[in-house]
Design a protein around this ligand. Structure first.
Ligand code: FE
Length: 290
């Protein structure tokens, strides 16, 4: 018996202001949905058009116990960290940062971009680490746009960037600590796709642009509404309406472990959170040299 998943519910993203003042659309965590095990947060940054001198970012801050995945759609994001690692992410690039035991980093526009201004649009996903991996050494995987595997449907009307997992027979370049899928589907008007998802994955879609139809009963959902699928099938069906559809499909195997969060630290117990605060204040997560 092969079935395509039905929809449990949809949740509108909340517009909020983060870090140094950048606008995000956040499907979770909000009061409607605290997390989506194994994911802790999804932020759609912008889209926002910055005037010269106005671009915002997130100055120096720590992370421990999880991974941050940054995917740039438009504009650019500069980053710098306490291990001496720095660079610029441009359109289509992905940075998968495993914070593990702790890192201090900044996510700021480069001076040149700040000077000229421009459009910024991107995503940040927080992937929780299992208890056994929370204190591993920090680690980065950076994949330039051109190195991200792409699959195209037989009819040529559906294209998917395979950031994590496998889609339409194409495997991702990024390695994940637990089984994760993260895929960006682009559908031409009227196109549809049924893509396989492992049975034990919890899966959601997050439409970025265009009206689409989701799940077994083709529920219409607009952009910036998170679509939560039930765990009742081996595939997910996505379909575009009269316009092109851009949609992320994200999923993973739930960790089913206690989650204690305190800002940028996500651990299993209150004691581990207290220790994270102590370690950060004692400089054990390092500092950025400016
Ligand atoms: Fe960060």
């Amino acid at each position: 018996m092969s079935t395509t998943r039905t929809i449990e519910r949809t949740i509108p993203a909340l517009r909020t202001v983060e870090g140094g003042g950048f606008v995000v659309h956040r499907p979770f965590p909000t009061r409607l949905l605290m997390d989506f095990d194994p994911f802790l947060l999804l932020d759609e940054m912008g889209p926002v058009d910055y005037a010269p001198g106005e671009a915002k970012g997130a100055p120096d801050h720590p992370h421990r116990g999880f991974e941050t995945v940054t995917y740039v759609l438009e504009g650019q994001f500069g980053h710098k960290d306490s291990a001496g690692h720095s660079g610029t992410l441009r359109e289509g690039d992905v940075q998968w940062m495993t914070a593990g035991a702790g890192v201090v980093h900044s996510e700021m526009p480069d001076p040149e971009f700040t000077r000229t201004g421009g459009r910024v649009h991107g995503l940040q996903l927080w992937v929780n680490l299992p208890r056994r991996d929370k204190m591993i050494a920090p680690h980065y995987q950076e994949i330039a746009s051109g190195k991200i595997p792409v699959a195209v449907s037989d009819d040529g009307r559906v294209r998917v960037k395979v950031i994590a997992g496998e889609a339409l027979g194409v495997k991702a370049a990024i390695e994940t600590r637990t089984p994760i899928l993260y895929q960006h589907f682009s559908l031409q008007p009227g196109a549809s796709v049924e893509t396989r998802v492992p049975r034990d994955f919890r899966v959601f879609a997050y439409p970025l642009a265009g009206a689409g139809f989701y799940g077994a009963d083709r529920t219409p959902v607009r952009a910036q509404q998170m679509v939560l699928f039930n765990d009742d099938g081996e595939s997910v069906t996505l379909a575009a309406g009269d316009e092109p559809l851009e949609v992320l499909l994200i999923g993973g195997v739930p960790l089913k472990e206690p989650v204690v969060r305190y800002g940028p630290f996500v651990m299993n117990t209150e004691d581990e959170i207290r220790q994270a605060v102590i370690d950060y204040q004692a400089g054990r997560m390092g500092a950025i040299t400016h």
